[in-house]
Write a protein that binds this ligand. Structure first.
Ligand SMILES: [Zn+2]
Length: 888
């Protein structure tokens, strides 16, 4: 799964938490590992499901039957399986060897999300067929079978149906053993309107008319797979295809959008053979579709259903009228991520959610690798460091968790889709690949995939494969980084030049934002691979004890973590820092980026003065590498936000950024140029956004000019910059501008453009307009999956207002968010704020609405707010002093 570009979550979700008491002391299940956690008694093992479903799209319900071939592995009278929001009408069990069918009584437990079937007598072990007739509901957010409404090509209201099952929502579609370890074969038959196209994991085996305007589509039997990977969609679709890697790849989208799918189709065709080779096992299914859904989710952007990826339109379809350069790159990156899952996740699946990172960390890492391979000019190596920084930011608080973590409730499984699982996972894999060497690493991956195909694994299985491939010593590093949380801190002692080598002592400790004294007194220890350069060839050592000596060729400035694949922070002496500042322009862009961010994090947490970081930030020239300039502008933008109650200092920062980087924007021009480097396109967008936010007069004048022109000419704003310019307009909107933007949202035809403009209505800095946006979000006008996005947009600048509003309308707002995202919505709403007054509000909210086991997102938000309350006064005064001492 690819996380939503915007992450939300909130509210009164009562989950299956208490089901933990029913963890069975398992018996010897034939294909299921009894050591794997489960919320079901291990009495039965399913092998094959045959589902026949009839959706009633207009009534938002469906009828269905399922026949399950299973083995009873213990004598029992009851069978317990998962079911949520389903009405089970009948259940019969027939021994495979023949005999009369037994009718089961049905008892459903909504809280545990289970159905217990009790039969009239004790059942012997052996093979049975279980038939269940049931009905369910079609949701309007992305859980189970769900509907997405949109305007079709002719401007008429249309509705398509899709499924979303990860982590634990297959049970909303079919009574099942809905845990990843219970792999089975699946047959799906769907009765759908004759005019529609139905899509599933496998190609259709047969289609026949069944009267009443319906047809029955029977799909081919899938290979064994976990329940969360099953997929079904039906709608007024077009499908475009290409042969690739001995298979057929396809993009499915609402009718008439074919040309917008071409970019994604080409990428899919490019990536498949590359992965076939990298993984050493060819993609095993006959076809691979990527299905576009209109709308969005606050929980995820795309989902790796085997053979039938689902992706929201914004990050799958390339629409020249609205798609930005960043989104065009995301189309490739997200597709590369979901396609990596076809092996890592789908063919080989984690046994339980504890090891979710095996799926997500790996797919993120692999997507970066594919992006670097096919698009070396996109700067994915720098994005990769950005991912590491995001992970370290969260990982330095006491509310962090290890990559491999205990997941015992449905809600904890949903919450596991976080920055630690994705970005720390990806960063650690990158470090380990660097340690093993790319060839050895790939050999280990090929071995792992071949050995565990169609099965389930745990983290240790991957390390075993790497050690077998020859990466000796890797498992010790890997275990330290995956089983314990936190960020190592490497402190460098004074260095000396001895015979052409730089010699220094490094001391290992732990970096923390909110527990500096505690971790300094009692730091965790890691095996840390440390790469260092001093103007010549790099040296790598693995340090595990408190101190180690490093000897590095050359006597130039000493740089640790050169190449930036290490997961640790580096604290230098003032002399070393000064040497690095002087040499900054000669470092590669990745090291410039990594060093700048590392020093900023050490300064904001108080390990060193802010001046140490600002001296690096001040080194980034207007004409520097586009990605590094983008990062520097982003850092200034963050500092600008820190002074939200000090307009004088904000003005000083704004003037500085305009003077320093305004010329770069002038040089790039306001209009994208044919054939320009993609990193220039991204930088242009960042500069417009930041200078617009800081009210740079040149940028504001251009924004107003473009907006006036756009009101009569829909092509007046270049499509790839439309969202950027409109955000500048929306941010500074008064009532008349807001009304004009609202009218454009109402009139928008494309579903991505419509959603984008509606969300921007929440972006006004003006409280009155922000309030109007919140009120609008609770009406039916924006559309069921757009409203939550409006609320989050408001929260970026008016966090307290958005949170108060959501708390006042909690039940209504919960209907606007997928169930899996609700517990994180409040964390998302607080993300833009540094107001300590939010702490008790968030804590009360958690107390009232979240089970004690499920409060991690709120703990994380509270830790951050507490930290900012203590650190910001110092940061502000040191930044202000530095600005006075360094006039631009
Ligand atoms: Zn994923």
């Amino acid at each position: 799964m690819k996380r939503a570009l915007i992450l939300l979550a909130s509210a009164a979700f009562v989950c299956a938490a208490s089901a933990s008491s029913s963890f069975a002391a398992a018996a010897q299940a034939d294909t299921v590992d009894s050591n794997v956690p489960t919320q079901l008694p291990r009495t039965a093992v399913p092998h094959h499901y045959a589902i026949t479903v009839t959706p009633h799209a207009q009534r938002l319900t469906f009828d269905s039957t399922v026949s399950i071939d299973l083995d009873l592995v213990q004598p029992t009278r009851t069978i317990v399986l998962n079911a949520a929001d389903l009405k089970l009408a009948s259940a019969t069990l027939t021994p495979a060897k023949g005999g009369p069918a037994l009718i089961g009584t049905i008892e459903q437990d909504p809280k545990a999300q289970t159905a217990t079937l009790t039969f009239p007598r004790q059942l012997a072990t052996g093979a049975y067929g279980l038939n269940i007739r049931y009905s369910g509901k079609i949701n309007t957010q992305a859980n189970g079978l769900f509907a997405l409404d949109y305007k079709n090509k002719e401007g008429k209201d249309a509705r398509s149906l899709f499924t979303q099952f990860e982590a634990s929502d297959a049970r909303r579609f079919v009574p099942s053993w809905d845990e990843p370890d219970y792999k089975a074969k699946w047959d799906l038959t769907a009765r759908v309107p004759a005019s529609e196209m139905a899509v599933s994991n496998m190609p259709a085996a047969s289609t026949r008319p069944i009267g009443g305007g319906l047809k029955e589509v029977r799909f081919q039997t899938s290979p064994v797979m976990s329940s969360y990977l099953l997929f079904f969609a039906t709608g007024d679709f077009d499908r475009i295809t290409k042969p690739s890697g001995g298979r057929e790849v396809g993009i499915v989208m609402s009718r008439g959008n074919g040309p917008k799918g071409q970019l994604a189709l080409d990428a899919e065709a490019q990536i498949l053979p590359y992965y076939n080779d990298y993984f050493g096992t060819p993609f095993p299914l006959p076809k691979l579709d990527n299905v576009a859904g209109p709308g969005q989710s606050q929980f995820f952007g795309a989902m790796e259903n085997w053979g039938a990826i689902f992706t929201f339109e914004r990050i799958l379809l390339n629409d020249p009228a609205i798609t930005s350069e960043a989104e065009r790159q995301a189309i490739f990156g997200v597709e590369a991520h979901e396609m990596a899952h076809q092996w890592f996740g789908d063919l080989v699946t984690m046994a339980w959610w504890d090891d979710l990172w095996l799926n997500e960390g790996f797919a993120s890492w692999m997507a970066d690798k594919a992006t670097q391979h096919f698009h070396p000019d996109w700067g994915a190596d720098i994005d990769h460091v950005q991912a590491r920084e995001a992970a370290m930011a969260l990982d330095s608080f006491k509310s962090t968790h290890p990559i491999v973590q205990q997941v015992r409730t449905v809600e904890q499984a949903n919450q596991a889709f976080d920055t630690i699982t994705y970005q720390k996972g990806e960063s650690v894999l990158s470090m380990l690949e660097g340690f093993a060497g790319a060839e050895t690493w790939r050999a280990g991956i090929r071995d792992y995939i071949a050995r565990h195909a169609y099965q389930n694994t745990r983290t240790e299985d991957l390390w075993a494969a790497m050690e077998r491939a020859g990466a000796k010593g890797l498992a010790a590093i890997a275990r330290d980084y995956t089983n314990q949380p936190g960020v190592p801190l490497i402190q460098v002692g004074p260095s000396q030049c001895v015979g052409g080598h730089t010699v220094a002592t490094i001391t290992q400790s732990q970096f923390s934002s909110d527990q500096r004294a505690e971790v300094a007194a009692n730091p965790k220890r890691w095996h840390v691979p440390v790469r260092a350069t001093a103007g010549a060839a790099p040296t790598q050592v693995v340090t595990s004890g408190p101190t180690a000596q490093i000897t590095v060729s050359g006597c130039g400035p000493l740089l640790l973590n050169s190449g930036q694949t290490g997961y640790f922070r580096t604290l230098y002496t003032p002399t070393q820092l000064h040497a690095l500042q002087s040499a900054f322009q000669s470092l590669g862009p990745v090291d410039q980026y990594g060093l700048m961010n590392d020093q900023m994090a050490l300064a904001t947490t108080g390990y060193q003065p802010m001046a140490a970081a600002l001296d690096f930030l001040g080194q980034v020239p207007s004409g520097g590498n586009a990605k590094v300039v983008q990062a520097a502008v982003g850092a200034w933008s963050g500092l600008y936000d820190d002074f939200d109650k000090d307009p004088a200092t904000q003005a000083a920062i704004a003037a500085r950024v305009s003077r320093l980087y305004g010329p770069r924007l002038q040089q790039l021009g306001f209009v994208p140029r044919q054939g320009e480097p993609p990193t220039d396109s991204l930088l242009r967008g960042s500069l417009i956004a930041t200078l617009g936010k800081m009210r740079d007069p040149v940028v504001l004048a251009e924004a107003n000019r473009l907006f006036a022109a756009w009101r009569s000419d829909p092509n007046a704003i270049p499509g790839s910059l439309k969202q950027t310019w409109l955000r500048v307009i929306a941010r500074n909107a008064d009532q008349a501008t807001w009304d004009a933007l609202h009218a454009k949202a109402q009139a928008a035809t494309g579903s991505v453009e419509r959603t984008s403009v509606y969300q921007l209505l929440g972006a006004s800095h003006d409280e009155a307009q922000a309030n109007r946006a919140l009120e609008l979000a609770l009406t039916n006008e924006p559309g069921k999956t757009t409203s939550a996005g409006i609320i989050t947009t408001v929260a970026d600048q008016h966090s307290r207002m958005a949170i108060d509003f959501v708390l006042a309308h909690l039940a209504q707002v919960n209907q606007l968010i997928d169930i899996s995202g609700r517990s994180r919505f409040m964390q998302r709403l607080s993300a833009g704020s540094n107001d300590p007054a939010l702490i008790p509000i968030l804590e009360n909210y958690a107390q009232a609405n979240l089970a004690a086991t499920d409060r991690k997102p709120i703990d994380q938000a509270v830790d951050r707010l507490r930290f900012e309350a203590t650190s910001l006064p110092r940061v502000r005064s040191e930044v202000a002093a530095w600005l006075r001492a360094h006039p631009a």
